[in-house]
Design a protein around this ligand. Structure first.
Ligand SMILES: NC(=O)c1ccc[n+]([C@@H]2O[C@H](COP(=O)([O-])OP(=O)(O)OC[C@H]3O[C@@H](n4cnc5c(N)ncnc54)[C@H](O)[C@@H]3O)[C@@H](O)[C@H]2O)c1
Length: 433
């Protein structure tokens, strides 16, 4: 395919070399004269493993060239990759000046071009940018999006230092566009890449890179905080994290990653508190570990606010224990929610088949007597009695029988845990989805 690349920095130069290596013809565009000159001399614009050879070979085989002339680049290619910088402003916002400038240039070029053109956003941009770029190009070119041209969000996942290898072996390819024709062409472009191609909503494609990188930053800081605590105790932190990473079921896995309700139960709150107290006693600053409980508490408050904002008084709670299939209510976050709601005078009825008052012994019994002395009056034996009575139903764990709760047009279903089968209820609200 014939591809133009706007921005010949790390992403653009690697993209240029790797696409040329895969048999495509590339025209690079940059505002920096020295970068254009280097490419036209067969030299890479960056220092990066393998890229010098790749650019030199592509230049020798005449499959790459560079120019300042954006019209030349757009008129002589079918796809334009946007790889310009998106730095932070001094106030921390994203500076999209380069992106918008490039969109204007492509719009000007497209005004004079008849064939369909695809604009691919490789730069890291916030949700809404695909639409903003489409609007600029429409205004400048007087062409119609998804008819004369299309914008595809296709975030780049490479890391500097291993950029060529990362480009050639991505974990996956993400595509988001309102134009099926453009998606098909992009799939063809990536058909030899040995990785799944995920076609997703544009906003998903736009935000994913931020989610990835924020998580990577969190991993670094988490490892460092664990390291500091371990070092202070004379424990080999690298050995600890090696063992940590061996658990592919709970640690390095999709488990615990689904947006849902606050964590609770007998272990997570207790053990996190113990590690934080240990760090405190060792005079170790561990702000990330410290912030976890606060974040969890704020999430619980968000659930309470959502219930209060309904201005309804009859609240039915589906599930009292901290997760399905157990009667354990120690640190069950919904117990705190119920405590607040009943303290505010709302009527609460609860259904949980695993929590029968007669079986309550030990720690569970004390949770109830301290926090919910009136639980006796709230707990109901019949799911349908609670469902028929409630103005608002709160789904607080993933018990199987909650999937088939009957529809009621007058009833609000506030789902704290995301039971997919409930999402088509007439008045469905998810806590954070
Ligand atoms: N560097 C990485 O490892 C990496 C990885 C993935 C994604 N990204 C994202 O990719 C984007 C580019 O990053 P980078 O590190 O390659 O940036 P960079 O600063 O190395 O390169 C950007 C290039 O764009 C050029 N440019 C600016 N305005 C232009 C215009 N109007 N027309 C043509 N060229 C123009 C600049 O001269 C520069 O050469 C950023 O959004 C970044 O967040 C970077």
């Amino acid at each position: 395919m014939k591809i133009s690349i706007f921005g010949l920095g790390y992403v653009g130069c690697v993209g240029m070399g790797c696409l040329a290596q895969s048999g495509h013809t590339i025209i690079g565009v940059d505002v920096a004269p020295e970068k254009v000159e280097r490419i036209n001399n067969g030299q890479a614009t960056i220092v990066e493993k393998d890229i010098d050879d790749i650019i030199a070979k592509a230049h020798a085989s005449k499959t790459i060239r560079a120019t300042h002339d954006y019209k030349d680049a757009v008129h002589n290619t079918d796809i334009s990759f946007l790889c310009v910088g998106t730095p932070s402003t001094d106030k921390g916002h994203l500076n999209l000046d380069y992106i918008y400038q490039t969109a204007k240039e492509i719009g000007e070029a497209l005004a004079e071009k008849q064939s369909f053109h695809i604009v691919v956003i490789r730069s890291t941009v916030l949700p809404g940018t695909n639409n903003a770029i489409s609007t600029i190009i429409e205004e400048v070119s007087k062409k119609k999006r998804n008819v004369d041209f299309a914008v595809v969000s296709n975030p780049e996942f490479l890391r500097e230092g291993t950029a060529v290898a990362d480009y050639m072996n991505p974990p996956l390819t993400v595509l988001g566009s309102a134009c099926p024709q453009a998606i098909e062409i992009m799939k063809e472009l990536y058909k030899n890449t040995n990785a799944p191609i995920e076609v997703v909503a544009i906003e998903v494609a736009e935000i994913i890179k931020y989610v990835n990188n924020s998580y990577h930053a969190l991993k670094v800081v988490f490892g460092n905080e664990v390291g500091s605590i371990c070092k202070e105790m004379g424990i080999d932190s690298h050995e600890v994290m090696r063992i940590f990473c061996m658990d592919k079921q709970l640690n390095i896995s999709p488990y615990y990653f689904k947006p849902g309700f606050a964590y609770g139960g007998s272990c997570l709150p207790k053990d996190l508190k113990a590690l934080n107290t240990l760090a405190h006693d060792l005079y170790i600053d561990s702000p990330v570990l410290n912030a976890i409980e606060d974040s969890n508490h704020k999430h619980l408050q968000k659930a309470i606010r959502l219930i209060e904002q309904t201005n309804k008084r009859k609240i039915g709670i589906m599930g009292l224990s901290f997760k399905a299939g157990t009667d354990d209510m120690r640190n069950s976050p919904i117990v705190n929610v119920i405590e607040v709601l009943s303290g505010k005078g709302l009527e609460v009825r609860i259904y949980d088949k695993n929590v029968a008052l007669s079986r309550l012994i030990g720690k569970n019994k004390s949770v109830i007597s301290e926090k919910l002395p009136h639980l006796n009056n709230m707990l109901q034996d019949s799911l349908s009695d609670v469902v028929e009575w409630a103005e608002v139903l709160i789904i607080s764990n993933k018990e199987n029988e909650f999937k088939t709760i009957p529809h009621n047009a007058n009833q609000l279903v506030l789902d704290l845990v995301r039971i997919a089968e409930l999402e088509n209820h007439p008045q469905y609200v998810g806590l954070c989805w």
